[in-house]
Design a protein around this ligand. Structure first.
Ligand code: AMP
Length: 511
């Protein structure tokens, strides 16, 4: 396998398709099988159609569709046509999509048939030349128009540094920004992950992630395509379906919520995992408690890795070495990571600061936002991730939280993760989210939102605070503790702290 990817990512992937193109690539939960021959032919037909619609090198193709094998073929078609693939979360509303279309100016929009009527005027306003549809079963005007076309045979030549995809950041602060990912970014990351996770000729990946996000689209899909093997393809995560299909899989990639949901099924255990060699977690922090509970139930130590839209994957726990719960492991072989103070000076081992990364996986910048891009890179090329972290004596990286979640109370810094770990350690607490709420005296006050175990519904705010007093400095102790049945999470399993701040900010001032 070449380690110096060049040019169009599709060429690299195709080099690794199996010689026997009749081998399966995608098998849906309903049992439909798509071979590598289907992958080539359908993506080739879609690529022909895109080219006829004027998608030339560098033109954007915005896609807001449900997860389906055809959506994967569309991604590959876009690479083959030399275009820039721009996937959008299906949860985005018409007005949100309007922003993305206005910003990215795609030539083509592919959407669900049921949203086509609402999106057409919005697309017209943004001068999008063509609106096509694709439904969850692979029907719609896109496949219909492509059906009779001759598949393209190869793909449009691209330089490694040309943009292959634009993924908008989730935009929890301000407008979402379009991260431009090059063919090299995606290729180098896929090659590195494929190698360090030891992909084998008999691997079958269980794919239950969304494919508008880097995790399901690039990490999972590109690894499988690079391996030339099959994936079991679920429309969405469904614990019963995963338990049914796992015995046929060897690798699963998931967000932490997948693992907590599987554990909530008492029948889930070693029997379902008999064929599995690797469970991988990322996109949000995996609680140590989940790691241990999963190991006790299945015998598997979940491998946690860390990445983001702008960079792809940066770090991973080792396949063969020690997987350390509560850490995201070591930098990938071709990536570098450092923890710095506000000025960009590296901090010693164990000190908490800003995590910065550099490597062939790191994006080139935000679409049409040179100032924002410049503000997030150091002069020596390191990207400032916005995550707060420390590196321990063995080089393992611990993510402490997002810089924007840092709480400054009475001029003192509080890292929510530190307080959360203490609260989570209290018997009867399932999990917690610590947030800063506006406070007239302190600037911000620490508050905790706590999920109690069903077995201990009586644990009180006072008991939690009393417990913490023995463990933490006074300024870190929550002024208020709120109880909820469940923390709000987005589709990638991230706790939505902004929602909690909105919801509880008012309650604090009323208190
Ligand atoms: P996104 O761009 O949506 O992929 O979000 C990236 C962010 O998710 C990172 O900057 C981290 O804050 C968070 N993240 C991803 N993986 C992990 C992980 N394993 N542990 C903690 N946070 C993570």
């Amino acid at each position: 396998m070449t380690d110096s990817p060049a040019g169009n990512l599709y060429d690299l992937l195709r080099e690794h398709f199996p010689a026997d193109r009749g081998r399966p690539c995608i098998e849906t939960a309903e049992g439909r099988i798509y071979t590598y021959a289907d992958v080539e032919a359908t993506s080739g037909r879609f690529a022909r159609l895109l080219a006829q619609l004027g998608v030339a090198a560098g033109e954007r193709v915005a896609v807001q569709v449900d997860k389906s094998p055809e959506a994967i073929f569309l991604y590959l078609a876009c690479l083959r046509a030399g275009g820039i693939y721009l996937p959008l979360n299906t949860a985005y509303t018409t007005s949100e999509v309007a922003y993305f279309l206005g910003d990215a100016e795609p030539r083509v929009l592919v959407c669900r048939p049921e949203t086509a009527a609402a999106l057409k005027p919005v697309a017209d306003d943004a001068s999008v030349a063509h609106v096509l549809s694709l439904d969850v079963d692979g029907g719609g005007s896109l496949p219909a128009q492509a059906a009779a076309l001759e598949p393209v045979s190869g793909c449009v030549s691209r330089a490694a540094e040309d943009t292959a995809a634009i993924l908008y950041t989730s935009g929890t602060t301000g407008q979402p920004k379009g991260a431009m990912l090059s063919h090299r970014n995606l290729a180098s990351n896929a090659l590195a992950l494929h190698r360090i996770w030891g992909f084998r000729a008999d691997d079958v990946l269980l794919h239950a992630l969304p494919i508008y996000h880097t995790h399901g689209l690039f990490v999972a899909t590109n690894c499988v395509l690079l391996n030339g093997t099959a994936m079991l393809f679920l429309r969405k995560f469904d614990a019963n379906e995963v338990i049914r299909l796992l015995p046929r899989a060897t690798v699963m990639m998931g967000v932490p919520t997948f693992y907590t949901r599987l554990l909530a099924h008492l029948e889930f255990g070693r029997a379902a995992c008999g064929n599995m060699r690797l469970f991988i977690s990322g996109s949000a922090p995996l609680l140590e408690e989940t790691f241990h509970a999963f190991e006790a139930r299945t015998g598997h130590r979940i491998l946690e890795r860390y990445g983001m839209t702008e960079t792809g994957m940066n770090t991973s726990n080792p396949l063969d070495g020690e997987r350390r719960p509560g850490t995201v492991g070591l930098p990938l072989p071709d990536a570098e990571a450092r923890v710095t103070d506000d000025t960009g000076k590296s901090l010693p081992v164990g000190e908490i600061g800003v995590l910065e990364v550099r490597g062939p996986n790191v994006f080139s910048g935000y679409w049409r936002q040179p100032e924002k891009t410049a503000a997030e890179f150091r002069a020596d090329g390191f990207f400032i991730t916005g995550d707060v972290a420390k590196i321990d004596g063995r080089g393992y990286i611990h993510i402490v939280g997002r810089a924007k979640d840092l709480i400054i109370s009475g001029g003192l810094n509080i890292y929510p993760k530190e307080v959360e770990l203490h609260i989570d350690g209290i018997p009867g607490v399932v999990e917690s989210a610590v947030i800063g709420l506006d406070h007239p005296d302190f600037g911000e006050a620490v508050a905790a939102v706590v999920v109690r175990a069903a077995t201990q519904p009586d644990i009180t705010a006072e008991a939690i605070i009393a417990h913490l007093k023995g463990e933490l400095a006074g300024f870190k102790i929550p002024k208020r503790v709120f109880f909820v049945d469940e923390l709000p999470r987005n589709s990638m399993g991230k706790v939505q702290k902004s929602l909690l701040r909105e919801q509880y900010g008012r309650l604090l001032t009323e208190a």
